[in-house]
Ligand binder design. Structure first.
Ligand code: ATP
Ligand code: NCN
Length: 191
């Protein structure tokens, strides 16, 4: 049977409770059956200096979602050319999973840059987009007609803030799941 899968793309450097609340809400409070968290080795518009190796970021995502049957970590972009363009990943996912119907999950923050994405016309024509407010501001007027607004509960939390806390020796308890916190401390990530 065909499932509707939401795709949440990100660097996940690291995954945090904000991502998890959003992903689980989308997977359980909308018409989606599941959400796949697609770990991007290198986002096109992000010159990230503190980027942990992709496999380590992926492992943290797996730890974070362990036991949640509606969430899945995807490493498909690791074997694709970098940076990771969403249309290319979508093409590959659709070829590999022809029975699934994919929906793009996107924060308001990403919507601003969307017109500059590779083959944005194809993206808009070929998949539905579920947009969630990110910054607390009103939804932008330039929202594409194909997009649906989902009022997901949001935490004002970013991976940038988590990395800053770690660097400064401050607690990240509850900002990431306990097993993710333990792994970050054990491996000394971002210290
Ligand atoms: N607190 C949050 N609540 C909801 N969505 C979020 C949150 N943080 C990030 N996202 C969304 O998750 C996706 C992937 O995010 P990303 O990995 O870039 O995390 P980030 O926390 O924004 O990272 P950074 O601070 O390093 O820029 C993006 O589309 C972003 O909109
Ligand atoms: O396809 C594109 O041109 C494109 C341009 C910018 C961002 N993206 C996707 O959006 C995801 C989130 O982007 P970012 O920069 O907020 O981490 C990233 O993981 C990419 O998959 C995609």
């Amino acid at each position: 049977m065909q499932s509707r899968i939401g795709l949440l793309f990100g660097s996940f450097n690291p995954i945090h409770t904000g991502h998890l609340i959003l992903a689980n809400f989308m997977a359980s409070h909308t018409d989606l059956d599941a959400v796949w968290l697609v770990v991007s080795p290198q986002s096109p518009f992000k010159a990230e200096q503190e980027l942990l190796p992709e496999r380590n970021r992926y492992n943290l995502v797996q730890l974070a979602i362990a036991g949640n049957e509606r969430l899945r970590a995807i490493d498909i972009e690791f074997s694709m050319p970098k940076p990771s363009y969403t249309i290319d990943t979508l093409d590959l996912l659709r070829a590999q999973y022809p029975d699934q119907q994919f929906v793009l999950l996107m924060g308001e923050d990403n919507l601003v840059g969307l017109p500059k994405w590779k083959h944005v016309d194809r993206i808009l024509a070929e998949v539905s987009i579920y947009v969630y407010p990110r910054s607390g501001t009103a939804i932008l007027p330039s929202i594409p007609a194909q997009a649906h607004i989902i009022e997901a509960p949001l935490l004002n939390l970013s991976a940038t803030f988590i990395r800053k806390c770690i660097r400064e020796g401050k607690s990240i308890r509850y900002l990431v799941p306990e097993n993710v916190e333990e792994e970050i401390i054990r491996k000394g990530y971002w210290q």
